[in-house]
Design a protein around this ligand. Sequence first.
Ligand code: ADP
Ligand code: MG
Length: 300
Amino acid sequence: MPNRTIGMWLYSNSGGEKIAKKIIKKLQERNIDTINDINLRHAIAKNGHILHNNVKLDKLDLFFSYNAGEQTQYQVYLYQALNRVIPMINSYDSFALTEDKFHTSFVLRNNGVQTADYKLCHRDDGEQLRKIMKKWDKMVYKPTDGWGGVGLTKIESEASLDMLMPFLNQMDLRYFYVEKFIKYDNTDFRVDIVDGKFISCYGRKAGGNDWRTNVTAGGSVFLREANDEIVDIAVKACKATGVDIGGVDIIYDLEKEEYVVLEVNGIPAFATPDQEKMGLDFNDKKIDLIVDLIDRKTKK
Ligand SMILES: Nc1ncnc2c1ncn2[C@@H]1O[C@H](COP(=O)(O)OP(=O)(O)O)[C@@H](O)[C@H]1O
Ligand SMILES: [Mg+2]
């Protein structure tokens, strides 16, 4: 088989550099070369090509993008263009889908995956929020493109909605997206899937009085086993959103007594060196399945 070459952009903090080295070595054993650290921020497009340090990215056999969910519009724009001519992991479509919470919930619901009840309405139709508040009792206002729990606002009464509305109206939003606030025990399951296969599960617990489990919001990670139902849901969520690699956030609704998917993360982090010491030992399995996946997708 002719030699294959892929491009990669993988985060280098929190142990990422070591992960990248392992991936490169394992790919090499299969005669796949890797050009690492291809940040599209430094690429330019010229005629039929996208160039990065004189490498024609459009000639690569695949591009593996695993860095910063928060990318600039420029990076995302080139991601989209590049994926029109070569395979990417994750595909641009699934990456863009999972970056948007409303679109993700919409697609999940249409594929039989339970999510939090939600409502989206035009910014001039704020009356819809008052209506749904009567029904739900408590809700969460969510930026559809956020991360790390940033910007999530719990609305506990009609009075607090009235207080919030002037602020929302000032923010020049196109729409409002709200979810029913789910009564849960302030812990979640983060389930990692690669290529439709289960990699790992761990839990996160909200810190102090916070209701958000995000580590960036003071949450902490703990060892937690999945069960078959949780794994099934996560696999289904990844299939529905089309991600080759996904980290699915799941909580248990105490009132409805069922699991719900909150979001699918397209760039779920590998276990950090500290987390590995804690006993999260899934990195090698994840690396192996990613290498298998790249190998398969680049077979000529
Ligand atoms: N509908 C909801 N009901 C209760 N808690 C929620 C709800 N949505 C989110 N949360 C809490 O907020 C955290 C962040 O929400 P999430 O949708 O995952 O956004 P982010 O991208 O910011 O992580 C979740 O991990 C969960 O703890
Ligand atoms: Mg989340």
